[in-house]
Design a binder for this molecule. Structure first.
Ligand code: SAM
Length: 177
């Protein structure tokens, strides 16, 4: 998808799209590398699939990636990715547990800064049941709810993106398994 089409969707529904442009390759790689050696991955707010493709490059053959995206125009691009490890769900990320039972890692590009508190709590409660959680943010506003739920948190800054972005990498356990 061109940056112009993405921008048009932003214009139609700014609170839902929540970004000026698709993630840059530097940001996509930073988010995707967060999966580490996890094999059951859920991606929330997958958009047009720039991060999805980077996750698939790092996922082993037996791995599974389930993507949730609420905008049906964006899911058309996700469904065009031909990979047997990928499942695409057009729907609300707050209901992702209804579709996936085993989750090792959640990668989220949801615009949580624009969500209401009830939905932020729902997402946070789901993410802390996975071993690992990776979250994109343009303003690092999630320190409080994240530190309450996760034993170890790393905050990365990615300057090569429009706008520059932060990536939270959160671990349920204090010591790597
Ligand atoms: C910041 S964009 C990220 C797009 C893409 N992943 C990227 O990095 O370029 C956020 C995405 O979250 C999606 N989104 C917003 N609210 C959602 C929800 N409740 N459930 C699923 N997707 C949602 C938007 O449609 C949008 O594609």
């Amino acid at each position: 998808m061109s940056h112009f089409c993405f921008f048009k969707q932003l214009f139609k529904n700014p609170r839902q799209v929540g970004a000026l442009s698709q993630s840059s390759k530097w940001l996509s790689r930073r988010l995707a590398s967060g999966i580490g050696s996890c094999t059951n991955i859920v991606e929330l707010g997958a958009g047009t699939g720039v991060v999805t493709r980077e996750i698939l490059k790092r996922l082993p053959k037996h791995g599974r990636l389930t993507c949730f995206e609420i905008n049906p125009l964006f899911t058309q691009y996700l469904e065009a990715i031909d990979d047997p490890r990928l499942t695409v769900v057009t729907g609300d990320a707050t209901r992702c547990e209804e579709y996936v039972d085993k989750i090792d890692c959640i990668v989220s590009e949801l615009p949580l800064a624009l969500f209401d508190q009830k939905d932020i709590n729902k997402i946070m409660d789901i993410t802390c049941r996975a071993g690992k959680y990776v979250q994109l943010q343009y303003v690092p506003l999630l320190n409080k709810p994240i530190k309450k739920r996760f034993a170890r948190v790393k905050l990365h800054f990615v300057p090569r993106n429009l706008p520059p972005a932060f990536v939270y990498e959160c671990f349920v356990h204090a010591i790597p398994a």
